[in-house]
Design a protein around this ligand. Structure first.
Ligand code: GDP
Ligand code: GDP
Length: 436
């Protein structure tokens, strides 16, 4: 199920990131504690009236050195390409500028739904400021104040009206959806081509997704697979596509649609910040993850190289300690035969269900081995544990005081689960709920 995408467009300083943060709210705080995950505010999840969506701040995509008007055009095009609904923000205190008019023109021509937010309308006396914005010709202006949090509810109500009907991707639930993500030139397309080889594949355009999302379906050893958004790997020429953040953005959409994410790293270049960022999103999204170190043919190796590289990955991707690592070469086809079996295995682990009685016995044993923590004289008491979801496996711990379940004890419990059950390649979620 793909979430609708909402993009925020507007000139610098009109308040886009303030509004972005308001809409995203506190929901991201949980993952910010995760070591190794650096977050930028370009892309996040929002929720309004039980509808979830993804939110992009196009202003977060740097198009350095471009004149303002070009930047605005690129932003608008990006939004048109990626979003289901566009929120166009203007500054009520400044009135309409020529850049606003330019953006309005591009958005209007695209026929995409646009919701116009007139920001910095901090109190009701200022509503007169709205009238001139009707002349932009893109519908009713909504008065908002990002910094005071006013008017956003009405604006979001309007945004929701334009969401597409909920559509499920048209694949059988048993089909494993794979995406390959990683920086340009790490070898994603080469890996896909080498893996598919002579395979008979079906290439399809996916309605309701980005114009050129192209999926590739195939069957291997009786298992159906689909490679998500293989067209997204294609090189394209526009300014924003060469920017790092844009390729991150593309990856995020592919991650959303997949069950298993192959994080591809170039053995020649090692690990860089962007790899961590992308892998961090896969982890946060709860996807199964395999790390693929490609171009293994291209580096000097001795009998310690693989071990050293593996250690480096473990140090850099602390949050992905569960992810298996494969060292491959799309060029020589080295170890490519292990990729799909590994995908199948981690997908099974991603879907593993632990029977409640087995789970509770395990946790009781764990607590006997390592007593629960205390804080200010109070001891954490775990009353009952149950698995509430798969993909990823999610466990609810009913406890006396949820705050007493500290990170380190949670880690311990997770490790016990991993030691007992086959969870390689999948994140595990642990949720503490109060129940005496
Ligand atoms: P962006 O460049 O469009 O992302 O704009 P920012 O969100 O960084 O905001 C630019 C400036 O406008 C900051 O100083 C904000 O504090 C201010 N600002 C944002 N929203 C409002 C608002 O609703 N009212 C007022 N008065 N100032 C705002
Ligand atoms: P993408 O941008 O991640 O899809 O990367 P490509 O598949 O387009 O590959 C980028 C470049 O790396 C091309 O010149 C490939 O021929 C080369 N390449 C890809 N995989 C390998 C590999 O395993 N070994 C070597 N030596 N080169 C590779």
């Amino acid at each position: 199920m793909t979430k609708p995408v909402v993009a925020i467009v507007g000139r610098p300083n009109v308040g886009k990131s303030t509004i972005f943060n308001r809409i995203v709210g506190e929901r991201v705080a949980i993952v910010e504690d995760m070591p190794g995950v650096t977050r930028d505010r370009l892309y996040s999840h929002g929720e309004w009236l039980d509808r979830e969506f993804n939110l992009i701040d196009t202003g977060g995509i740097e198009l350095a050195d471009e004149p303002l008007l070009n930047q605005m055009r690129e932003q608008a095009e990006l939004a048109i390409e990626e979003a289901d609904v566009i929120v166009f923000i203007v500054n009520g205190r400044e009135g309409i500028t020529s850049a606003d008019q330019e953006v309005a023109k591009i958005l209007f021509r695209s026929k995409k739904p646009v919701v116009l937010g007139v920001n910095k309308v901090d109190n009701p006396d200022m509503h007169d400021l709205l009238y001139e914005f009707y002349s932009l010709g893109i519908g009713n202006p909504f008065p908002i104040s990002g910094s005071h949090g006013l008017g956003l509810g009405d604006l979001l109500d309007e945004v929701l009206k334009h969401f597409p009907e909920k559509v499920e991707d048209d694949y059988d639930p048993d089909t494993i959806r794979i995406s390959l993500i990683g920086r340009p030139n790490v070898g994603k397309s080469s890996l896909v081509n080498a893996m598919l080889g002579e395979e008979r594949v079906i290439v399809s355009n996916i309605p309701g997704t980005t114009r050129d999302a192209i999926d590739t379906s195939f069957t291997r050893d009786g298992q159906d697979y689909v490679l998500i958004d293989t067209a997204g790997m294609r090189k394209r020429g526009k300014v924003y596509e060469s920017t790092e953040k844009y390729s991150v953005l593309r990856s995020l959409k592919a991650i959303e649609r997949s069950n298993v994410v192959l994080v591809v790293i170039n053995a020649e270049e090692g690990i860089i910040e962007q790899d961590k960022k992308i892998a961090g999103y896969a982890h946060e999204a709860g996807r199964a993850v395999i790390i693929v170190v490609n171009k293994w043919d291209a580096i000097e190796r001795d009998d310690k190289t693989m071990q050293k590289f593996e250690q480096k990955i473990r140090d850099e991707f602390l949050f992905l300690s569960y992810a298996p690592i494969l060292f491959t070469s799309a060029k020589t086809k080295q170890r490519l035969q292990h990729v799909l079996p590994m995908v199948k295995k981690v997908s099974q682990n991603h879907n593993l269900r632990v029977p409640t009685n087995v789970l509770n016995d395990l946790i009781m044993d764990a607590v006997a081995m390592n007593p629960t923590p205390t804080d200010k004289g109070k001891r954490l008491r775990i009353n009952y544990v149950t698995q509430v979801a798969v993909e990823p496996p999610t466990f609810v711990f009913f406890v006396n005081e949820p705050e007493l379940l500290h990170f380190s004890y949670e880690r311990f419990l997770e490790n016990r689960l991993r030691a007992t059950f086959e969870f390689e390649g999948t994140p595990i979620k642990i949720i503490a709920r109060k129940k005496n």
